[in-house]
Design a protein around this ligand. Structure first.
Ligand code: ADP
Length: 293
């Protein structure tokens, strides 16, 4: 009997999965669509992450994402269904068929350009809708903050769309637990510099406060219709700009009260930034006001 880190609930059998088409390319290998037959007999559509390199150390890194996800349970976080630990290793997640938020945003832009009124009505992303997405991600991050978990890769490319009303935070590949008062000191070089807080760039220091900075950048991406933050700079130039006080400008579609929050998320000193708990309250208020308008 193989030793396993996974409880009964997350150990699943390959025989219960039918694999379909390829959805995309992940860091470790292809991500495929599939159908999983639960013990109850119910069938669910799933996304299967595969790992090309089956050496022990790569496999361990690959599975670290599932190790973290197995303890998470939140309506706006990608749900882990289970893991297959025997080669070829698979991570099986709930499928969100609309895919990445970036793609959905770009598709909306494209359809609006086409100028087809009916299509536009179907796909339009209003300011209230974008604010709702931000609020949902903020709630997911407040939940992680409560668990002393830092995500470290909050960006629109890591948000999946479950329905027009619901987005989910995914990609826990860089996430770590941190003890209170402590922080995770990163060693990897695969870091998203343009999304990172100054202390993360300078000292590889990652805390819930640096996640708040990144969340600010992610909100900026959402309201600037998936433009890349600091696309006009090289990675190496970013820290100098941040230290001389330069910040991302207000995207045209971003309501001023939200931009006000973003500038607070981008306070140079980590302790001067709001917490996710604070931000959930502020975003809820703003969202409510937008719906009333
Ligand atoms: P990695 O973190 O290993 O780079 P990603 O999580 O980015 O992999 O997944 C790669 C691609 O697979 C994504 O861009 C997305 O298109 C697709 N994908 C991943 N997870 C899901 C899911 N749960 N539902 C639908 N599509 C998914």
């Amino acid at each position: 009997e193989q030793t396993t880190k996974y409880d009964e609930k997350h150990r699943i059998s390959r025989d219960d999965i039918v694999v379909g088409r390829i959805l995309g390319e992940g860091f470790f290998g292809e991500v495929q669509e599939g159908v999983y037959k639960c013990p109850s007999g119910k069938r669910t559509r799933v996304a299967i992450k595969t790992c090309k390199d089956c050496s022990a150390d790569v496999k361990e890194k690959f599975l670290s994402e599932a190790d973290l996800m197995k303890n998470l349970d939140h309506p706006h976080i990608v749900r882990l269904i289970g893991v297959i630990e025997v080669d070829p290793v698979w991570i099986v997640m709930e499928l969100y068929e609309h895919g990445e938020l970036v793609i959905v945003i770009l598709m909306c832009l494209f359809i609006c350009k086409l100028g087809n009124y009916l299509l536009e009505q179907q796909y339009i992303l209003t300011t209230a809708k974008l604010t709702q997405y931000c609020l949902q991600i903020c709630k997911a991050l407040a939940y992680l903050e409560g668990l002393n978990m830092v995500h470290r890769d909050i960006a629109v490319r890591n948000i999946l769309v479950a329905s027009a009303e619901c987005v989910k935070l995914g990609d826990f590949g860089l996430s770590r637990y941190v003890d209170d008062q402590e922080y995770y000191k990163a060693s990897v070089s695969r870091l998203p510099i343009k999304w990172m807080a100054p202390e993360s760039i300078n000292f590889r220091r990652f805390t819930s406060a640096s996640d708040v900075w990144m969340f600010g950048v992610c909100v900026w991406e959402i309201f600037s219709m998936a433009q890349q933050p600091f696309y006009w700079l090289e990675n190496g130039q970013v820290i100098n700009q941040l230290e001389s006080g330069v910040r991302l400008h207000k995207p045209q579609q971003c309501p001023p009260p939200i931009y006000g929050l973003l500038t607070r998320c981008w306070a140079y000193e980590p302790h001067s930034r709001p917490t996710f708990r604070d931000l959930v309250l502020s975003f809820s208020e703003i969202h409510k006001m937008e719906l009333e308008q």
